[in-house]
Structures are given as C-alpha cells and as structure tokens.
Design a protein around this ligand. Structure first.
Ligand SMILES: [Zn+2]
Length: 200
C-alpha cells in the first residue's frame, strides 16, 4: 500500500509520492512530488521550487513565445530607444518587461505612479493607431515572473508585455524637469536597462 498524505487543496488524505510532469510554457518539468489522487494538486515544496528553478535556468531554449501587439508609434519608439541603449529591440522589450515585473509593481505607490503615467499625453500617443504583432521568445526566469503576474491579475503574457512596454516607454519619454515625482523612477529605469544592456 502506498503511503498517503493530506492534500492542502481538497483536504482529502489522498496525496501520494509519484512522478509528476509540470508544464512550464511549452516545456515540461518532471520530478517526484506528492500529487493528490483526487484533485491532482501537486504539493510545491520550497525544495521542488528550487529544483524547478535550477532546471529552468539551465534550459537552453525559451519556454514561451507570446505575441504582443504594438502600434506603429510604439514600434518606432522601441527601435529608437533600443538603439539609444545599444540594444536590439527584443532584449530591450524584455528589459522593460523585467523592470516592470521585478521593480515597478513592487513599489508601494505603484498604482498611483501607474495612474500618473497613464494620464500623460505620451501614453495616448503611443497607443493610438493600428497594431502589429511581434514574437517575443521568453526564457524561464522572465516567464516565471510573467506567470505569477498573470495569475494574480488574470491576464495573459502578451498583455503583460504590452502593459510593461507602455509603462516603460512613457517613462522614458518624460522630460525630467516637468515631472519631479517621476524623475527618480525614470533614472532608476534607465539604470536598470543600462545594467541589462551591458549583461546582454
Ligand atoms: Zn486534493
């Protein structure tokens, strides 16, 4: 008889230690874990998460390729800003996404900053017009951040990237002297991208 354990999802004593396959974007992570025979929930211990992160970091390929849509104005400004940082467009979009998910959303005043940014004329200028898509291959580390955000805010990876790009590009278009409150954030974003551009 297999030893069973309490399941934290359905509260039944039905979790057994077994081989599990966890989909991570287009890839599959396999390990041994307690999995519930009733509700299929997998017990994600810190040990398994660590193992999964190590597996993900060692992956040579990207795990998802979402296709965000950007207006012509956004595409144009992305090209312009990317070259200003000495980057290609795709790593630059990833840098903006990474800043958004790793730094911007963690700020206690994130929502008020976001509101301020969304009211700037640059935001509407960047978002007016027809949109065309771009394919963005995303690695495990950025994917795991995107996934958490999607789960919390009930959104999708392309939408998150669109949101992050709109947020970041608007900030980068801010004239320092006019927006004292945003000045520090713009400086922080510029430094963040510079560090990433040097690592790329
Ligand atoms: Zn269960």
């Amino acid at each position: 008889m297999q030893k069973t354990k309490h399941c934290h999802e359905c509260e039944k004593n039905a979790a057994v230690l077994t081989e599990v396959s966890i989909p991570i974007g287009n890839e599959i992570f396999k390990t041994k874990a307690y999995s519930c025979q009733k509700c299929k929930a997998i017990e994600m211990t810190p040990k398994i998460r660590k193992e999964m992160d190590e597996w993900g970091k060692s992956l040579k390929k990207d795990v998802i390729s979402p296709q965000p849509f950007f207006t012509e104005a956004t595409h144009h400004f992305l090209d312009q800003m990317a070259s200003q940082f000495g980057m290609k467009k795709s790593p630059f979009i990833k840098a903006l996404t990474s800043y958004y998910l790793n730094v911007a959303v963690n700020k206690p005043n994130f929502l008020s900053i976001q509101e301020k940014i969304s009211k700037l004329p640059q935001t509407s200028l960047l978002n007016e017009g027809t949109r065309s898509k771009i394919t963005m291959p995303i690695n495990y580390m950025l994917y795991s951040k995107i996934k958490v955000f999607c789960d919390v805010w009930k959104t999708t990876p392309p939408k998150v990237i669109e949101e992050a790009v709109s947020y970041g590009l608007t900030l980068l278009s801010v004239e320092d002297e006019n927006f004292e409150v945003l000045k520090k954030i713009v400086e922080e974003l510029r430094q963040y991208i510079t560090v990433l551009s040097q690592a790329a």
